[in-house]
Design a protein around this ligand. Structure first.
Ligand SMILES: [Zn+2]
Ligand SMILES: [Zn+2]
Length: 212
């Protein structure tokens, strides 16, 4: 498994390209590229490495994670668009929402594949398990590979912090419960790739995150 991190858009969002070296298949997790240069940077990486985009994988569909979804699906039309069903509303509302921020974005494409808790997403020989952790967003998903010891946590868990829960469908209690039960129970050495900010480990967060 190869993981490439991009930091995109006004919100400093992390977009990840997760690729399988054996099959060249990849997933674009949370395509947040907004500016033309960011879009080209992402496309360049994919084409330079001869990657086949198998899917766009959303941890959730807040604007900052979806700005580049239209671009990626246009450039790589074979890519499935995977997210939890509860995120449909953010796709529908994306343009209205973005205008409230004074941002003019492209309409993200509809979700084509709904992902539920426990589902396995295959990217070539890579298997990512979906963990449903609502509370930041009603359809929040984290993606875990036990074999590779990595977790993509979206805006659920950050280094020494957790996601905010004051946006539509948010709930702090539910968020903390979900993180405690489903994420902090993962092996110590699991590397956490967050939706914003640096990577961390489950051990770090269990020991030093002030929310626990
Ligand atoms: Zn978010
Ligand atoms: Zn975010």
């Amino acid at each position: 498994m190869k993981i490439k991190t991009f930091v995109f858009n006004h919100f400093g969002e992390n977009t990840y390209v997760v690729s399988d070296e054996n099959t060249q298949k990849c997933a674009v997790i949370d395509p947040g590229c907004f500016f033309e240069q960011e879009k080209q940077e992402l496309k360049q990486y994919i084409t330079d490495n001869n990657l086949i985009v198998d899917c766009i994988l959303f941890t959730h569909c807040h604007l900052d994670h979806a700005f580049g979804a239209r671009f990626v699906s246009q450039e790589f039309p074979q890519a499935k668009i995977c997210a939890h069903q509860n995120e449909d509303i953010f796709i529908t509302e994306a343009l209205n929402q973005s205008l409230r921020f004074g941002i003019n974005m492209e309409q993200p494409p509809q979700i084509t594949h709904y992902v539920n808790d426990g589902d396995i997403i295959s990217i070539g020989e890579i298997a990512l398990q979906a963990l449903y952790v609502p509370g930041h967003s009603p359809g929040g998903l984290c993606f875990y590979s036990a074999k590779n010891g990595v977790l993509f946590s979206g805006d659920v868990l950050f280094a020494n912090s957790v996601g905010r829960s004051d946006m539509p469908g948010g709930n702090h209690t539910v968020l903390i419960e979900g993180i405690t039960k489903k994420l902090l129970s993962l092996p110590d050495e699991t590397i956490v790739y967050c939706g914003h900010g640096p990577t961390t480990t489950i051990k770090n967060e269990r020991e030093t995150n002030p929310f626990f």
